[in-house]
Every structure is written in C-alpha cells, then in structure tokens.
Design a protein around this ligand. Structure first.
Ligand SMILES: [Cu+2]
Length: 388
C-alpha cells in the first residue's frame, strides 16, 4: 500500500517534469526495471552473495537503529524535567567509554567477518575459462578476446545511434525496451563459464559495471585491473560506464549477451570468418566512391560526436570544414593527427582503426562539406605513417 502511494507520487513527479522521459522505458529482463526498488535480478553467485550481504547489513543497521532510538526516547520520556528527574552525573566514566568503544568495534569486526567470503570470491580471478580485455574510450567500449576459441576477436561497441539521436531530440512516443542500453556489437560469452575481464582505458577513468553480474571495476589509463563473472542464465544483460568520464558518459552502455556453448561456438566461427574477410588486402587500390562511403560510416560512428555532422568547430574541437590540415595537398598532416591524436588526447588517437578505415575517413573529410580534393587516399599511405 505504502509502496503504491510512493510509486504513484513518483509517477506524478515524472509526468509533470519529464513528459517524454517516463514513457521511454519498460521492464527489461536481465536489466533494470521500471521504478525498480531493489537490485537487478542476480545471475551470478557473486551477485547473490552481495545482495544477501546487503540484506544482512541492513538488518544489523535496523536493529542498531531500533535499539538506539528506543533507549533515547525511553530516556527522554522517563527522565524528563517535568517529572522532576534529577540528571545522574557520570562524567568521564571509564566503564561507559570502554563500552562504547568495544561494542562498535565488535559489531564492525562481526560485519567484516560476514563480508569476507563475498570479498574473497569477488577478487578470485584464478582458473578462468576465457579472458576478455575491455578498454574504455571516450565514449565507447572495445572488447578483445585474449584466449579460448574466440582468441583474436576484437571489436568496438558503441551505443545504438538511433537511440542516441532520440535522446537529443527528446521526442519519444512509445517505450523502447533497451533505450540507451542497446549497442551495435554486444559482448558475447558462453553461459556457465568463468569469464575474466581485464579493464583498462585509453583516455580517462571509466568503470565497467554490470549490476546483474555483481561487477564494477574501474578502467584506468596505464593500468590493468581485473574482475570476473560466471553467468548461470542465458540472456541479455546490461550495464553502463560508472565513472563520470565526460560529456557522453551517459551514452556508453555495456551489453553482455550470454549464450549457450553451441551458440558461442557459432558466434566465434562467424566472427573469425568476418575477421578474415575484413582483413584488407594491403595492396588493394580502393576507388574513390568506395572510400567515401566507408569513410562516411567511420565518420558517423567515431568522429561525429566531437566534430559534428557539419564538420564545424565545436568548443575546443577544431572545424574540419575548411581546415588547412585537412585540405593540405600533402595527406601526411591529417593522417598523423588521426593516428596520434592531439593535445593529450583531446583529439584521441585512432591507431586502433584499420589502415583502410583511416584512409577512408581522411578521403571523406577531404571531400565533404566545402572541402574538395577529389582524390582517393590509399591505405598504404596510412601504413607508411604508422610508427610500428
Ligand atoms: Cu566512461
């Protein structure tokens, strides 16, 4: 009853202040629910341990709360002045001081004792079946499968562009189940296998978190940290970056698809086939139209966030439209800005893109808006400028 009243009140607040926002979500199996009050449904042993621990701790807090307030109110009522009570005088009572030091100490030690199993389980990344390196970038995640049958698979996972645009427009008329949680390439893992995650970052601190797995680990540039999970149910699970990392922080969701062992093998073989197909023939000469088309896709997914659709200046981001570097007849300047980044990563390094992707995006920015070079730039030119 009380819950209903409070929920209705929250609905009304949402209705008044966010006429579109409240219609944008629905309960999501394996993810957050609408007006969810408690943790997301756990699908790992660690997540269940954490929730259990949380409940026990809350109970301990509740008991302490009740005892302290009972004593307090009882004292206030029974020792009040109007009853003519004379205050007892026990300043610097050694007994009381020992009691209020020892009692909390014992309570804290007891709580630590309860938490030990869960903490050890969370940190134990040994004997994993699969290791995946997860790298945070402003503002997307990339995944690299380091061992097992999927070894060699690697991809960048970005928020669904349609969702991202809807968020800006604010014009959402019907609920979208995985609103702002959908990505182009979810991380895929087999059910019931211990997955070790290594986290790191290429720019600022991000945090990789999936609540239903009970994991949250910072991704720190220059450091590698690890965590693990073993999902015991197939399905789609969601998380978000949980360390404020800049303007698009709210738009770097995490989507883990847990599948059966057979489906995983199938996915791996499909991905490996795609990898082979994607491996560009380094000597291929691309034609202009092909590069423009590919370049537009690369630009939309990687560059548009900062450089805008129109290629105009955007705060500290320099305009590409009319830029001297971009229009320089020598391509090396533009390629090396893209390969190496600028100003400590304000313009990120795009070394992780393939030669053909960089060649395509440079061709695209050299021939879009008012820029016109009408010349195709080949992947070899990029290869030649890589320092490795
Ligand atoms: Cu982030």
């Amino acid at each position: 009853m009380l819950k209903r009243i409070i929920l209705s009140a929250i609905y009304i607040v949402f209705l008044v202040f966010q006429p579109n926002g409240w219609a944008t979500v629905n309960d999501l199996p394996g993810g957050p629910g609408k007006f969810q009050w408690n943790f997301q449904t756990p699908v790992t042993e660690v997540a269940r341990m954490q929730i259990h621990l949380h409940e026990v701790m809350m109970l301990i807090c509740l008991v302490i709360f009740l005892v302290v307030f009972a004593v307090m109110f009882w004292s206030i009522i029974h020792h009040r002045k109007s009853k003519g009570h004379k205050a007892a005088n026990f300043h610097e009572s050694v007994k009381v001081e020992i009691a209020w030091t020892v009692a909390p100490f014992l309570i804290v030690v007891f709580m630590a004792y309860l938490a030990t199993d869960a903490l050890i389980a969370m940190r134990d990344t040994s004997n994993s079946d699969i290791t995946v390196k997860v790298t945070g970038h402003q503002w997307r995640w990339s995944y690299d499968y380091l061992n097992g049958e999927g070894k060699g698979i690697g991809f960048v996972s970005s928020i669904d562009q349609a969702h991202r645009e809807l968020s800006n427009s604010g014009k959402i008329t019907q609920p979208i189940e995985d609103y702002l949680l959908k990505v182009d390439y979810p991380m895929v893992v087999p059910v019931g296998k211990k997955i070790r995650i290594l986290t790191t970052s290429t720019d600022v601190i991000h945090a990789f978190a999936v609540p239903s797995f009970g994991i949250k680990t910072d991704a720190i540039p220059g450091f590698i940290r690890d965590t693990w999970f073993k999902a015991d149910k197939t399905g789609m699970y969601y998380g978000q970056c949980q360390e404020l990392c800049g303007k698009e922080h709210a738009y770097m969701p995490i989507n883990v698809k847990v599948v059966s062992a057979e489906e995983y093998s199938q996915w791996v073989s499909d991905e490996l086939k795609k990898l082979v197909a994607k491996q560009d023939d380094p000597n291929k000469i691309w034609d202009f139209q092909e590069l423009l088309q590919k370049g537009e896709v690369v630009y939309q997914t990687n560059c548009k966030v900062c450089h805008t659709e129109a290629g105009k200046a955007n705060g500290e981001v320099k305009a590409l439209d009319g830029s001297n570097i971009v229009n320089d007849t020598n391509n090396a300047a533009a390629i090396s800005v893209i390969l190496n980044g600028r100003r400590n990563g304000a313009m990120p390094s795009w070394k992780s893109l393939k030669d053909s992707e960089i060649a395509a995006v440079v061709t695209y920015i050299k021939n879009n808006w008012s820029n016109k070079s009408s010349k195709a730039l080949q992947p070899q030119e990029v290869r030649a400028l890589r320092d490795n």
